[in-house]
Design a protein around this ligand. Structure first.
Ligand code: UN1
Length: 479
């Protein structure tokens, strides 16, 4: 029997005007459940419920908020196996990756539970005698949160937890492709002691639910992770309506490998961040920039390492890489393989659809060599298990090419040289820089975000999340 999952609006579970099936990309015959689609009227009701709950929640006690967030975090951690399995089933990352992501989500709630108790401000003497100035933080109000399909629980967690911690009400729209984890999170939140209307879940399409949230005057701020095209449209709408906005978008992240790198480390971190999670991370390394002296050894060792990767059903033990998440994403990945070939890239391995026992969107990870920085394969985000190698003379050329991109999220260097590592940390034009570590896979308690076309607005995560989810008040007192 297929179970139906409803929207959460003002503390009530509300049927959708229609339902969509959540299908397992590892096995298209496996339907996880049916999930409600909200219409515009329900989106408006959710926003109105959040508005109605907003003034009481804004001044709610910090212990109440801390306890609720801690309870949510604990439940996610206790249910990590079950939630990680659901995640792998609906998104296609491996079960181990799914459990890891559930743990990250639980830890994020516990981090922001503690942040509730650190709502400190400043007291500053006035330049006018006898007057004091206090600088405090207040909630922004009602925040619209729009999340992507590639991190079905961690990204909702890292936007919802700070929103609630700092006293905001939330309307969450998860990606249409992966409503399961977001619904499970909403169900946990609904039992956490947070008052009705403070958190609302509306599932459905970007066109109806996403636009309905972005364009509604009752929304004070939008936090979005997704594509650059949609991000730019949201920014325009927010500018027109003077809403606060925070966007996390794509990447074309460079991984430099220098002659002096430890070869094993360089190969392992490149393979990990290019292909694991099926390459479906905005932090994935998609450009491997390799200096001449190590080039041949690196290519041979990488191809050998890739031959040991098992592409399989996300829930099968021994699978390293699950399927691509959807048909349209698979088509995009295969299309970029064709583009790279037609541009003159040499396909060393992979790049084709793989048939397995279950009907899923499986693809062999692809490695291209002989590519240049001007090619589309090195300028546009593929968002799949596709990496291209650019051969360079030395560190200086590697740095210039690493920075020659419209994106600027994460950037890595594999080197044993302190000089080059230090120089790269300073001169990389990315928001996050990794030395001898994969570009993907970040900590949950420090700022996350990029530069150029990758991010827009204040950083996410850690204490830096406060900047977006609060507004500053400066109060003057003459006693
Ligand atoms: C990570 O690499 O640990 O959508 C996180 C994404 C990013 C998250 C990456 N916002 O892929």
């Amino acid at each position: 029997m297929i179970i139906r999952h409803d929207n959460l609006i003002g503390g009530q579970w509300r049927p959708g005007f229609s339902y969509t099936a959540n299908v397992n990309p590892s096995d298209l015959n496996d339907v996880i459940g049916e999930y409600a689609q909200a219409d515009t009227g329900q989106v408006h009701e959710a926003i109105e419920a959040a508005q109605a709950a907003s003034s009481a929640w804004a001044i709610s006690g910090i212990q109440v908020r801390a306890d609720a967030l801690d309870k949510i975090g604990n439940e996610i951690l206790v249910r990590r196996e079950e939630l990680g399995t659901l995640l792998a089933r609906e998104e296609g990352k491996t079960k181990a990756e799914g459990i890891g992501e559930a743990v990250r989500a639980g830890n994020i709630f516990k981090f922001f539970a503690a942040e509730c108790l650190r709502m400190n401000g400043e007291t500053i003497p006035s330049v006018r005698p006898g007057i004091t100035v206090e600088v405090t933080r207040e909630p922004v109000g009602v925040v619209g949160i729009i999340t992507p399909w590639n991190f079905p629980i961690a990204i909702p967690a890292w936007k919802v937890a700070p929103a609630l911690a700092y006293g905001n009400c939330v309307v969450l729209k998860p990606a249409e492709l992966v409503p399961g984890c977001a619904w499970a999170l909403a169900e946990i939140i609904s039992r956490s002691g947070i008052p009705a209307g403070v958190f609302n879940l509306v599932m459905g399409s970007g066109r109806i639910v996403g636009d309905g949230i972005v364009n509604h005057p009752g929304i004070n701020a939008i936090s979005f992770t997704g594509s650059q095209g949609v991000g730019a449209q949201i920014a325009l709408s927010c500018a027109n309506n003077l809403k606060k906005v925070q966007l996390e978008m794509g990447g074309k992240n460079p991984q430099i490998i220098l002659d002096d790198a430890d070869l094993n480390i360089a190969v392992e971190l490149s393979v990990q961040s290019a292909f694991y999670s099926t390459g479906q991370r905005c932090t994935a390394s998609s450009r491997l920039i390799v200096t001449e002296g190590i080039y041949q050894r690196f290519i041979e060792a990488t191809i050998a390492r890739m031959s040991k990767i098992t592409v399989g059903h996300a829930l099968t033990a021994g699978t390293d890489i699950g399927p691509v998440s959807s048909k349209s994403q698979l088509d995009q990945d295969l299309n970029y393989v064709d583009i790279a070939k037609s541009e003159g890239g040499r396909l060393q391995t992979g790049g084709e659809r793989v048939k397995l026992a279950t009907d899923g969107f499986y693809m062999a990870p692809a490695l291209f060599t002989d590519t240049t920085t001007a090619m589309r394969i090195n300028r546009e985000e593929v968002f799949g298990p596709v990496a291209s190698v650019i051969r360079v003379k030395d560190y200086e050329e590697a740095l210039a090419i690493a920075n020659d991109t419209p994106f600027g999220l994460s950037a890595g260097i594999a080197t044993t040289s302190l000089k080059y590592a230090s120089h790269f940390k300073r001169h990389s034009q990315a928001g996050m820089v990794m030395v001898n570590l994969p570009t993907a896979g970040v900590d949950y308690h420090v700022p996350f975000g990029g530069r150029k076309g990758s991010s827009y607005g204040p950083r996410e995560q850690g204490t830096y999340a406060r900047e977006f989810f609060t507004t500053v008040k400066t109060a003057y007192t003459l006693p």
